[in-house]
Design a protein around this ligand. Structure first.
Ligand code: SF4
Length: 375
């Protein structure tokens, strides 16, 4: 059976379960077919409608006449010496995004993008050099998980971080819809506790997200302890929401029990990594249920910034720990293929990052918590 001339057909990846029920009924198919189709897409990860064999031949033919199942295409795939893999994916309009697969002993994490380019302009981030092309649709956010899951049939993606290209909270409605399908029983059924959304600090959207339908983890990129430095390294967002506005808003939000926010802190040598910065960070975060995730800067050729020395990193981390703050150190993963934090850019360059002057082992994310005697 020849299936799917794509033009005006409905891409069923774009439909929520409720929308799918409406769609199948417009095709005069039984409503329960929607759940079956969802199961084929999200549980079995099929490539096309023809593989949905518990639908009758007639129903599949009708579906094929009116719908497509358009998955994202892999343009390039690179593997780091530490096992991390970076995928460059093509969108239907020619834009490109990157996703990063991070294998670890007990989990398989996928870092996904939420925008092509980015709304914001953090100066330590390679994505910012691209400017914003557009927001991703919900199906393009989920599509990264579906397309890459097919490439790892023996190992299920267990954790998802929205830390790729783009500011997720600047695309909140599509992100929320995608997370609903990623977490729902009829969808990919990944627990919200295994999902982390990272934001540069869009205050109104943080409140909306924390009061939203998917209780995923929230990470906030603070990265500085003075507005002077934050205006320099995160100009757009800090001008909108300076440090005190951001922290004041967080202090007002009542976090559900056992939930705390993570403050991400990219350590830039001689910019924000001084002992005084560490002391200020302790004072600034006082009264907020949080932990600090330190991210030594991942260098790339067009950036003026440098990664602190291991000694500087240790000193900074120890001061936070001794002050009672739960502190994790993010291992950089995939630096040799520009797959580490802040290194993503939707381009086809298979550039190998020769700019590595740090002997530090490569690694992306396995926080090694030093549990402090909090309170
Ligand atoms: S760090 Fe995040 S928010 Fe900032 S420019 Fe990069 S992708 Fe955008």
């Amino acid at each position: 059976m020849v299936c799917c001339k794509a033009m005006t057909k409905q891409n069923i990846l774009a439909l929520s379960l409720t929308e799918m029920e409406v769609f199948v009924e417009t095709l005069r198919l039984k409503k329960y077919r929607a759940k079956q189709i969802f199961s084929w897409i999200y549980k079995k990860g099929v490539n096309n409608i023809d593989e949905m064999t518990d639908l009758s031949k007639e129903d599949r033919a009708t579906l094929c006449e009116n719908a497509t199942l358009s998955h994202l295409q892999i343009i390039t795939r690179q593997k780091s010496t530490d096992g991390t893999e970076k995928f460059l994916l093509g969108l239907s309009d020619g834009n490109q995004i990157e996703s990063v697969l991070i294998p670890e002993p007990k989990r398989l994490t996928l870092c996904i993008s939420t925008q092509a380019g980015c709304t914001l302009d953090c100066t330590f981030c390679r994505t910012a050099e691209e400017k914003l092309k557009r927001n991703l649709k919900a199906e393009e956010i989920i599509g990264q998980v579906l397309t890459i899951q097919k490439e790892t049939p023996d190992c299920r993606i267990s954790n998802i971080v929205l830390m790729g290209m783009g500011e997720p909270l600047a695309n909140l409605s599509a992100v929320t819809e995608a997370l609903q399908r990623i977490t729902s029983p009829g969808g990919l059924e990944i627990s919200p506790r295994r999902i982390t959304v990272s934001t540069a600090g869009l205050v109104p959207q943080i409140e909306a997200f924390l009061n939203g339908p998917v209780p995923a983890n929230l990470s906030i990129s603070l990265n500085a302890t003075t507005d002077t430095v934050r205006n320099q390294i995160m100009p757009k967002v800090n001008r909108l929401y300076p440090i005190h506005t951001l922290l004041r808003a967080l202090k007002k939000i009542t976090l559900p029990k056992r939930r705390r926010v993570t403050f991400e802190y990219v350590l830039l040598r001689d910019i924000n990594d001084s002992i005084e910065d560490a002391r200020r960070l302790v004072r600034l975060t006082h009264g907020i249920r949080c932990k600090i995730n330190l991210i030594p800067f991942n260098e790339f050729s067009s950036s003026p910034y440098r990664r602190p020395t291991d000694e500087q990193i240790k000193q900074f981390q120890t001061l936070l720990h001794d002050a009672g703050l739960t502190t994790t150190l993010r291992k950089s993963r995939g630096r040799d293929i520009l797959a580490a934090c802040g290194q993503l850019q939707g381009t086809t360059s298979t550039h190998i990052n020769r700019n590595l002057n740090m002997a530090a082992p490569m690694g992306y994310q396995s926080p090694e918590p030093i549990a402090a005697q909090t309170d």
